[in-house]
Ligand binder design. Structure first.
Ligand SMILES: [Ca+2]
Ligand SMILES: [Ca+2]
Ligand SMILES: [Ca+2]
Length: 123
Protein backbone atom coordinates (compact mmCIF):
# COMPACT_ATOMS: atom_id res chain seq x y z
CA UNK A 1 0.00 0.00 0.00
CA UNK A 2 1.41 3.34 -1.06
CA UNK A 3 0.11 6.62 -2.41
CA UNK A 4 1.46 6.33 -5.94
CA UNK A 5 -0.66 9.09 -7.51
CA UNK A 6 -0.02 11.67 -4.77
CA UNK A 7 -3.67 12.34 -3.94
CA UNK A 8 -3.09 11.72 -0.24
CA UNK A 9 -4.75 8.29 -0.21
CA UNK A 10 -2.85 5.05 -0.47
CA UNK A 11 -3.49 2.59 -3.26
CA UNK A 12 -3.35 -1.19 -2.95
CA UNK A 13 -0.58 -2.16 -5.34
CA UNK A 14 -0.35 -5.75 -6.52
CA UNK A 15 1.73 -7.71 -8.99
CA UNK A 16 -0.04 -10.54 -10.75
CA UNK A 17 0.41 -13.92 -12.36
CA UNK A 18 -0.79 -12.21 -15.52
CA UNK A 19 2.53 -10.35 -15.58
CA UNK A 20 1.52 -6.87 -14.57
CA UNK A 21 1.36 -4.45 -11.66
CA UNK A 22 -1.93 -2.86 -10.70
CA UNK A 23 -2.74 0.01 -8.37
CA UNK A 24 -6.27 0.03 -6.96
CA UNK A 25 -7.66 3.23 -5.48
CA UNK A 26 -9.65 3.49 -2.26
CA UNK A 27 -12.75 3.47 -4.47
CA UNK A 28 -11.80 0.11 -5.94
CA UNK A 29 -10.86 1.58 -9.30
CA UNK A 30 -7.73 0.78 -11.29
CA UNK A 31 -5.62 3.94 -11.41
CA UNK A 32 -5.12 5.62 -14.77
CA UNK A 33 -1.92 4.39 -16.39
CA UNK A 34 -2.22 0.90 -14.87
CA UNK A 35 -1.69 -2.01 -15.28
CA UNK A 36 2.06 -1.78 -15.81
CA UNK A 37 3.16 -4.57 -18.13
CA UNK A 38 5.94 -7.05 -17.38
CA UNK A 39 7.41 -9.86 -19.47
CA UNK A 40 6.22 -12.77 -17.28
CA UNK A 41 4.25 -13.56 -14.12
CA UNK A 42 5.41 -11.86 -10.93
CA UNK A 43 7.68 -13.79 -8.60
CA UNK A 44 8.02 -11.06 -6.00
CA UNK A 45 5.02 -9.03 -5.12
CA UNK A 46 5.44 -5.30 -5.54
CA UNK A 47 7.36 -2.89 -3.34
CA UNK A 48 7.19 0.89 -3.06
CA UNK A 49 10.16 3.03 -2.13
CA UNK A 50 12.29 5.93 -3.23
CA UNK A 51 15.13 4.00 -4.81
CA UNK A 52 16.64 6.87 -6.83
CA UNK A 53 16.45 9.58 -4.19
CA UNK A 54 14.22 11.98 -6.16
CA UNK A 55 11.67 12.13 -3.34
CA UNK A 56 9.06 10.15 -5.26
CA UNK A 57 8.02 6.54 -4.94
CA UNK A 58 9.07 3.95 -7.42
CA UNK A 59 7.21 0.66 -7.68
CA UNK A 60 9.41 -2.41 -8.03
CA UNK A 61 8.53 -5.97 -9.00
CA UNK A 62 10.36 -9.03 -10.34
CA UNK A 63 9.30 -11.71 -12.82
CA UNK A 64 9.83 -15.43 -13.20
CA UNK A 65 12.01 -14.89 -16.27
CA UNK A 66 14.60 -13.00 -14.29
CA UNK A 67 13.80 -9.33 -14.74
CA UNK A 68 13.37 -6.68 -12.07
CA UNK A 69 11.19 -3.74 -13.03
CA UNK A 70 11.05 -0.29 -11.48
CA UNK A 71 8.58 2.41 -12.46
CA UNK A 72 8.53 6.07 -11.52
CA UNK A 73 5.37 7.32 -9.83
CA UNK A 74 4.33 10.88 -8.93
CA UNK A 75 3.70 9.82 -5.33
CA UNK A 76 5.80 11.76 -2.84
CA UNK A 77 7.77 9.43 -0.60
CA UNK A 78 6.98 10.94 2.77
CA UNK A 79 5.79 9.64 6.15
CA UNK A 80 2.26 8.26 6.11
CA UNK A 81 2.24 7.64 2.37
CA UNK A 82 3.16 3.93 2.40
CA UNK A 83 1.81 1.92 5.31
CA UNK A 84 2.72 -1.39 3.63
CA UNK A 85 5.63 -0.71 1.29
CA UNK A 86 6.52 -4.39 0.87
CA UNK A 87 4.65 -7.59 0.17
CA UNK A 88 3.15 -9.16 3.30
CA UNK A 89 5.04 -6.95 5.67
CA UNK A 90 5.29 -3.50 7.12
CA UNK A 91 8.54 -1.62 7.62
CA UNK A 92 9.40 -3.68 10.71
CA UNK A 93 8.57 -7.03 9.08
CA UNK A 94 6.11 -7.87 11.83
CA UNK A 95 3.23 -8.59 9.46
CA UNK A 96 0.88 -6.48 11.60
CA UNK A 97 -0.96 -3.62 9.91
CA UNK A 98 -0.40 -0.30 11.62
CA UNK A 99 2.77 -1.42 13.38
CA UNK A 100 5.13 1.48 12.76
CA UNK A 101 7.72 0.72 15.39
CA UNK A 102 5.94 2.13 18.42
CA UNK A 103 6.50 -1.07 20.36
CA UNK A 104 9.18 -1.40 22.99
CA UNK A 105 12.21 -3.18 21.66
CA UNK A 106 13.81 -5.85 23.83
CA UNK A 107 17.51 -5.29 24.06
CA UNK A 108 19.47 -8.40 24.90
CA UNK A 109 22.76 -6.61 25.41
CA UNK A 110 24.44 -8.31 22.46
CA UNK A 111 25.34 -5.04 20.74
CA UNK A 112 26.38 -3.20 23.90
CA UNK A 113 28.16 -6.10 25.56
CA UNK A 114 25.84 -5.87 28.59
CA UNK A 115 25.41 -9.52 29.57
CA UNK A 116 23.37 -8.78 32.73
CA UNK A 117 20.13 -9.92 31.06
CA UNK A 118 21.55 -13.11 29.67
CA UNK A 119 20.52 -16.47 31.10
CA UNK A 120 23.21 -18.72 32.51
CA UNK A 121 20.92 -21.74 32.42
CA UNK A 122 22.18 -24.38 30.04
CA UNK A 123 19.69 -27.10 29.14
CA1 LIG B 1 -3.32 7.79 -4.05
CA1 LIG C 1 12.18 7.99 -6.35
CA1 LIG D 1 12.17 8.34 -9.95
Amino acid sequence: MADVDDDGYQEVCISTDAGDVRAISRNGQLLAGYPLAMSAPSISGVAAGDIDGDGLFELVAATWDGFVYAWDTPGRAMPGRADWPLRNVNERNTGVYGDHGAHEVFWDGFESGDTSKWSLTVP
